[in-house]
Ligand binder design. Structure first.
Ligand code: GLV
Length: 327
């Protein structure tokens, strides 16, 4: 009998075969870009496991087109690209990569926050373009972080790691737990309702999962509740923010700036964000360190191989067919 096969939808930062070991075949789609649906189905046909990226849409149609599939191992912590209910109904395991990208994402959040608050983008461009003509007392004044209030929307692993870094910068913390986001009366904190978080924070940073409850959560009404001049940072999922409403809030001068790693219709970016000096934009780099991407690949491939060998995966989000698992 042929070895069971894992299909990996993108070239990873490590050689997948070194992780998986003997007895399981690995096929990797060569190239950094997502294979279009037709090609993906051709390449993945007969595979029992898929290793997917956050940009791969795994819906019921895809699951039905790959009847041999037993596990989808997402090379990401977020699972919003996967129809979990469809996987549940078909008893297909879904796994993800929690924990290993917490620090990388928290660090990038601070890189963005500092870049925005201290106007790094404008300063860097000034120097490169030969416009720096010497120190002056008023050149590119930004804002310090000590004593400012950081509102953390979503207090899971990454939100808590951001709080830890923020305390070293002397920031006050407010947070709202994304699993029970509530709008409520004024509270003392640090755990508060979303309206209090928005109204009291100098910086709001997003760390919740994208779910039906959080999609578009920061729309016009929520952004209007933020303090005048407040900053918004998003390293979670773009669609938590209504980008059109964000552009409007920036144009009106209501918000002081935004730093984004993720976009509502990624990889498209709202044109109203592109020309603004008070906006910092990155191409979804939250987990992009050598160390983290290696661990993510190891976790995803390891769990895919475990299922194919009849073992329970280490990081399941959906439990698949138990009959095929020895535990
Ligand atoms: C990346 O965006 C992830 O969810 O891991």
């Amino acid at each position: 009998m042929a070895d069971p096969r894992i299909f990996v939808t993108r070239q990873l930062s490590i050689d997948a075969r070194t992780v998986v070991g003997p007895g399981v075949e690995v096929l990797v789609h060569a190239g950094p870009d997502a294979p279009p649906r037709g090609l993906l189905l051709d390449l993945a046909r007969g595979a029992q496991a898929l290793v997917t990226m956050p940009t791969d849409l795994v819906d019921a149609a895809l699951l039905d087109a790959l009847p041999d599939l037993r596990v989808v191992a997402n090379h990401a912590v977020g699972l919003d690209n996967i129809d979990l209910q469809a996987a549940r109904e078909r008893q297909i395991w879904v796994t993800h990569t929690p924990g290993v990208l917490t620090d990388a994402t928290a660090e990038l959040t601070f890189a963005l926050l500092l870049a925005l608050a201290r106007r790094l983008r404008e300063g860097e461009r000034m120097v490169r373009e030969g416009r720096f003509s010497g120190w002056t007392p008023t050149l590119l004044l930004g804002h310090g972080l000590r004593g400012k209030t950081l509102g953390i929307l979503g207090y899971g692993r990454i939100g808590q790691a951001v709080a830890h870094l923020a305390s070293a910068f002397g920031m006050e913390i407010l947070y709202t737990n994304s699993r029970s986001i509530r709008w409520g009366p004024e509270e003392p904190g640090p755990e508060v309702g979303l309206d209090t978080l928005l109204e009291r924070s100098d910086v709001v940073t997003i760390h919740c999962a994208l779910t039906p409850a959080t999609r578009g959560l920061l729309g016009a009404e929520a952004l209007a509740r933020m303090k005048r001049g407040a900053l918004l940072v998003n390293t979670a999922r773009g669609a938590v923010v209504d980008e059109g409403a964000l552009v409007h809030a920036l144009e009106q001068g209501h918000l002081g700036g935004a730093a984004l790693d993720v976009y509502e219709r990624e990889p498209e970016v709202h044109p109203g964000l592109l020309g603004r000096d008070n906006v910092v934009l990155l191409p979804h780099l939250g987990s992009a360190t050598e160390e983290t991407r290696r661990r993510m690949a190891e976790l995803a491939l390891g769990d895919a191989a475990r299922v194919l060998r009849g073992q329970t995966p280490l990081h399941p989000a959906v439990v698949g067919r138990l009959s095929e698992v020895q535990a």
